[in-house]
Write a protein that binds this ligand. Sequence first.
Ligand SMILES: Cc1cc2nc3c(=O)[nH]c(=O)nc-3n(C[C@H](O)[C@H](O)[C@H](O)COP(=O)(O)OP(=O)(O)OC[C@H]3O[C@@H](n4cnc5c(N)ncnc54)[C@H](O)[C@@H]3O)c2cc1C
Ligand SMILES: *[C@@H]1O[C@H](CO)[C@@H](O)[C@H](O)[C@H]1NC(C)=O
Ligand SMILES: *[C@@H]1O[C@H](CO)[C@@H](O)[C@H](O)[C@H]1NC(C)=O
Ligand SMILES: *[C@@H]1O[C@H](CO)[C@@H](O)[C@H](O)[C@H]1NC(C)=O
Ligand SMILES: *[C@@H]1O[C@H](CO)[C@@H](O)[C@H](O)[C@H]1NC(C)=O
Ligand SMILES: *[C@@H]1O[C@H](CO)[C@@H](O)[C@H](O)[C@H]1NC(C)=O
Ligand SMILES: *[C@@H]1O[C@H](CO)[C@@H](O)[C@H](O)[C@H]1NC(C)=O
Ligand SMILES: *[C@@H]1O[C@H](CO)[C@@H](O)[C@H](O)[C@H]1NC(C)=O
Ligand SMILES: *[C@@H]1O[C@H](CO)[C@@H](O)[C@H](O)[C@H]1NC(C)=O
Length: 590
Amino acid sequence: MEFSILLLLGLLASCAHGSSSDRQDDYRPLTFKGQRYSCKCYNGDRCWPSKKSWDALNKTVNGNLQAVVPRGNVCYEKFGTQSTYNADQCTKATEDLTVGVKVVTDPIAPFWPFYSNNTCDPLPNVSNKTCTLGYLPEYVILAKTVAHIQAGVKFSAKKNLRLVIRNTGHDFMSRSTGFGALAINTHDFDSISFTTKYKGPGAWRGGAVTMGAGVMIKDVYNQAYAQTPKVVVVGGECPTVGMAGGYIQGGGHGPLSGIHGLAADNALEFQVVTAEGNHVTANAKKNPDLFWALAGGGPATFGVVTRVTMKTHSEIPSVGMILNITSQQTNYWKGISIFNSMTPNFVDAGMYVWYAFTATGQFNIQPFVAPNLSRAQFDAVINPFLNALRSNNITFTHDIQEHATFYTLYQAMFAKANDRGMSQTLMGGRLFTRDDIKTSNDAIVSAFKAILENPDGGRKVIGGHVVNPGHGVPNVNNGVSPLWRNVASHNLVIVPAPFENTWEGRKELEGNVTNVYGKLLRDAAPKSGSYVNEGDVNEVDWQHAFWGSNYPRLLRIKEKWDPKRVFYARSTPGTEGWAEINDGRLCRKR
Ligand SMILES: Cc1cc2nc3c(=O)[nH]c(=O)nc-3n(C[C@H](O)[C@H](O)[C@H](O)COP(=O)(O)OP(=O)(O)OC[C@H]3O[C@@H](n4cnc5c(N)ncnc54)[C@H](O)[C@@H]3O)c2cc1C
Ligand SMILES: *[C@@H]1O[C@H](CO)[C@@H](O)[C@H](O)[C@H]1NC(C)=O
Ligand SMILES: *[C@@H]1O[C@H](CO)[C@@H](O)[C@H](O)[C@H]1NC(C)=O
Ligand SMILES: *[C@@H]1O[C@H](CO)[C@@H](O)[C@H](O)[C@H]1NC(C)=O
Ligand SMILES: *[C@@H]1O[C@H](CO)[C@@H](O)[C@H](O)[C@H]1NC(C)=O
Ligand SMILES: *[C@@H]1O[C@H](CO)[C@@H](O)[C@H](O)[C@H]1NC(C)=O
Ligand SMILES: *[C@@H]1O[C@H](CO)[C@@H](O)[C@H](O)[C@H]1NC(C)=O
Ligand SMILES: *[C@@H]1O[C@H](CO)[C@@H](O)[C@H](O)[C@H]1NC(C)=O
Ligand SMILES: *[C@@H]1O[C@H](CO)[C@@H](O)[C@H](O)[C@H]1NC(C)=O
């Protein structure tokens, strides 16, 4: 589903009903279902900042503070006390939000409206309903300078507000939105600069690129290609995902990861605003613990990154392939099984593969990417796969492309297909190692089949990335789960959700992602893990699933740099004992 860029049109409704004087409470006590909690401050609480305080913050950030207005409001009769319905603007909103880059440039619109509680989706049939904020923040600072970010961090720490960092809004796992919060939007930090010889601490003397917090993958890919000589950077598939935010802080895989590792493996330095509001450098020499944690240890956990410096590498020729198998044939599942069983062969050649299939549509592998392989080397890896399909009478269509550079392959095979906008789905998934595939392929494929066949009426999709960063970079010292050194298949379960749902319906759907689909995958390969950025946000034993043996150190670093928990994102280091309870309030168990 889609939404649009909502022009604010003077609709900045006054959502702040703060009391006239601010009261500084250390915590807000609350009892819910017999459990005692200490909560952050929310609109309506006595500790919520007064209008005067918000105005003062607005001055500090040069007028860049906005009261959040959900872009879907023009489809509804009312938002707050304002009449908002406008048929033309609603149509435009609904159309615009199919486009990824238009979601990104909205101050706060999420890609996955399920996590805004679906209270203001731009739909054609809601004109007699009232739009509410749901789980969107109350205010957002459209930060232009480091000082604006520092002001936002200090204000939320002092006033005990929930703080949300919003870069592009892509996060599948609800982590760039939050009920009642103050958000800091980093999208305008768009500087990019290259050097051919990095001179900072550490051994690396190759090229590097320094990017502001808001830089998107497409921007750095374009500029890298314009350098002399041309270079490449490890980035993801989607043109509008950010580099410095959740992507690199959660690890960050991409089509070049099979030869150059994860984005986090390529990090050389971060600039970061800490929980105390200081702007510090983190690299191999300065604050090395923070540097270690920011490289893969979890988004919105250790600070607000304002800039990141990453390695660049030489451009390389690349081969790509698209292959489709329709489900209208007896051996459809056999084809899926053959593919899955051969994922270790693909990653051992440094390849990256995106695939997706449904129970009754087609198995679409689009694309296979073989960076720096010649056509002959590519054929040597792929022919055994094609021959196995043929000898099982599986019919398929395919198309092979040879590109002189990775950049032209990316433009031809990824860029357009990946600029999708809002989608009403939930995410689950699993990281299967080469060993998992070798020992448990049949069990894993049976789990896929059981997931797609679970009777719930929804058209679920199983997809994934076949990639092993450990092939390119076998040894690293960073926060990324050690499991990533031996991955064959990073699998995703994409579950559609109805727009209209009761609270119980929402919980049942989330429960199925974790306890039915997730359980099937965990049981099929008990040693598998999960990816922080593309997995189930309610993952069971998420500490271990996302970070493995690195977790205890990440927790110590969180405790050191953010003892008061100014930063919070679900299922990230140091959030044990915290819960989003009742109507979305973020609270800590007492
Ligand atoms: C279409 C699509 C394609 C994708 N492709 C890939 C892929 O190829 N490879 C891959 O690894 N992942 C991929 N992802 C997942 C992606 O890595 C995550 O969604 C990631 O969280 C996006 O980060 P963001 O900063 O762009 O997004 P946001 O949603 O804005 O932020 C994500 C998280 O990072 C935090 N954050 C943002 N900026 C900062 C900052 N400056 N400092 C601290 N915390 C910050 C946010 O608070 C939030 O918790 C894809 C996602 C989508 C939707
Ligand atoms: C912040 O100030 C700007 C410029 O004066 C104004 O347009 C905006 O509405 C203010 N924000 C809030 C939340 O009052
Ligand atoms: C809104 O309209 C729908 C039909 O479009 C109807 O079913 C529903 O009862 C209406 N709700 C209200 C509150 O009028
Ligand atoms: C979230 O949605 C549920 C209905 O699914 C509703 O009962 C609840 O009040 C909503 N909460 C907020 C904050 O929007
Ligand atoms: C690409 O392959 C060539 C020749 O096989 C090799 O010399 C070069 O180091 C490779 N480059 C990368 C980045 O792997
Ligand atoms: C493939 O089809 C041929 C001819 O119809 C048949 O002899 C053979 O047994 C089939 N093989 C498989 C694996 O189904
Ligand atoms: C494979 O399927 C996709 C999606 O339907 C389509 O865009 C593409 O053209 C197909 N390619 C081949 C080679 O069959
Ligand atoms: C959850 O899964 C059960 C069976 O495992 C199914 O009966 C039910 O319809 C599913 N519910 C949802 C909301 O997906
Ligand atoms: C409105 O349309 C959406 C999407 O088509 C649908 O899911 C929802 O149930 C509809 N709601 C009403 C009130 O008809």
